[in-house]
Design a binder for this molecule. Structure first.
Ligand SMILES: Cc1ncc(COP(=O)(O)O)c(C=O)c1O
Length: 373
């Protein structure tokens, strides 16, 4: 039957259609009530006192956040992330610099971060990897000691819990993606979350070119990064179900782990006690002791019509746009380089049936189980 990597979650058509019809009838396509409803709904899942600003993508949200905070110099981040983390720094005239990730967890390592902070560090950008946050308490401490702002590229983190705190109240400012592969999708879109009301108000103006509060002047270098009302309606309906979507993924992940744990040389992401990932991606790390290397597994799965994808790959410091810059030249990233060589995203989505998952498990066992196992 074949199994694809992701399948976007859309609200049932009967539920969505009346809202799309309403937007169509009113002709209010942007800056409207569905954006406000989405922001209020998201805030209600993201912890007391969190302000949420809807934007056109996580990338535009990251660009705006660095701009609003007037970050200069270097932005320290993991190289083991999606390209947008680094691009947001470049768009702001900042230099992406890299610290290594923690083995097994694959998120920004607080000790490596402390060691990599210099006088030129303008901000630290933590990244939620596959749904799991870094050790945010330790990173916050490192940033406090150094007097450097902490922002989080939480693109993959909607719905996660980090040491008892819901996504959105885990860092002073976080940016989420609502692209099609995310747990909550808008088709395309993003959310910025912060407890700082003034920052939220500034970002609200900056997503709209940088207009003044009365809209009569332009007072900041903003973007045209509003979310359309159609997209906001999709995301608003999906957001109401965020915990349910996360928990379904949690159960699917547990089932993968149960059926693949005995394969020699393979590992899953370590999830610390007190954390619940959003379950955005299901990763398998194929180490040197495995029966096949990652390229061999990808080919084998393809032969069984099962999709898989190396991810995050290549790491930022090896992408052409970043490779010749100071961050890549300075980088010593052994854990990142092992992770990018080993990580494989498996088919994983809400609504995945046992039969579909069994097909993936069976194919993986075909590639990686010892003979007779
Ligand atoms: C870690 C990370 N940052 C940023 C982004 C960019 O998100 P968007 O496509 O909404 O701009 C992604 C998208 O997958 C991501 O995984």
């Amino acid at each position: 039957m074949g199994v694809r990597l992701v399948r976007p979650v859309l609200p049932p058509w009967e539920e969505l259609a009346p809202h799309l019809e309403k937007i169509h009838a009113t002709g209010l396509l942007t800056r409207g009530p569905y954006n406000e409803m989405l922001e209020a709904e998201a805030a209600s899942h993201m912890g007391e006192g969190t302000h949420v600003v809807a934007v056109s993508s996580c990338t535009s949200g990251l660009m705006l956040v660095l701009k609003a905070l007037e970050i200069r110099g270097e932005v320290l981040m993991p190289s083991f992330t999606w390209t947008a983390s680094g691009l947001a720094a470049l768009w702001n005239g900042c230099e992406p610099m890299y610290a290594d990730v923690t083995p097994g967890r694959y998120t920004l390592n607080p000790d490596a971060t402390r060691a990599a902070i210099t006088k030129s560090t303008g901000a630290v950008m933590a990244v939620n990897a596959y749904g799991l946050y870094p050790d945010m308490d330790a990173l916050a401490q490192v940033c406090r000691e150094a007097g450097v702002p902490l922002v989080s590229d939480s693109a993959q983190g909607i719905g996660a819990i980090c040491q008892g705190r819901p996504a959105g109240s885990v860092a002073p400012v976080e940016v989420f993606s609502m692209s099609p592969s995310k747990v909550v999708t808008a088709a395309e879109g993003g959310l910025i979350a912060t407890a700082d009301g003034d920052l939220a108000a500034k970002l609200r103006r900056m997503r709209d070119y940088g207009k003044s509060a009365d809209g009569q002047d332009v007072t900041a270098v903003g973007l045209s990064a509003r979310l359309s009302e159609f997209h906001a309606a999709i995301a608003w309906l999906n957001m109401k179900r965020v915990e349910e979507l996360r928990d379904e993924r949690f159960a699917l992940a547990a089932r993968y782990r149960e059926h693949l744990a005995d394969l020699p040389g393979v590992a899953f992401q370590d999830v610390p006690e007190g954390d619940k990932p959003s379950g955005n991606y299901m990763m398998l790390f194929i180490g040197p002791e495995a029966r096949a290397d990652r390229a061999g597994v990808v080919e084998y799965l393809k032969g069984r019509d099962v999709d898989s994808r190396p991810y995050f790959y290549p790491a930022l410091h090896r992408q052409a746009i970043f490779a010749d810059r100071p961050g890549a030249r300075a980088a010593s990233l052994p854990v990142t380089e092992a992770a990018e060589a080993q990580g494989l995203a498996l088919p994983f989505y809400n609504g995945m049936t046992d039969a579909e998952q069994d097909e993936v498990i069976d194919a993986l066992r075909g590639a990686l189980a010892p003979p007779g196992a």
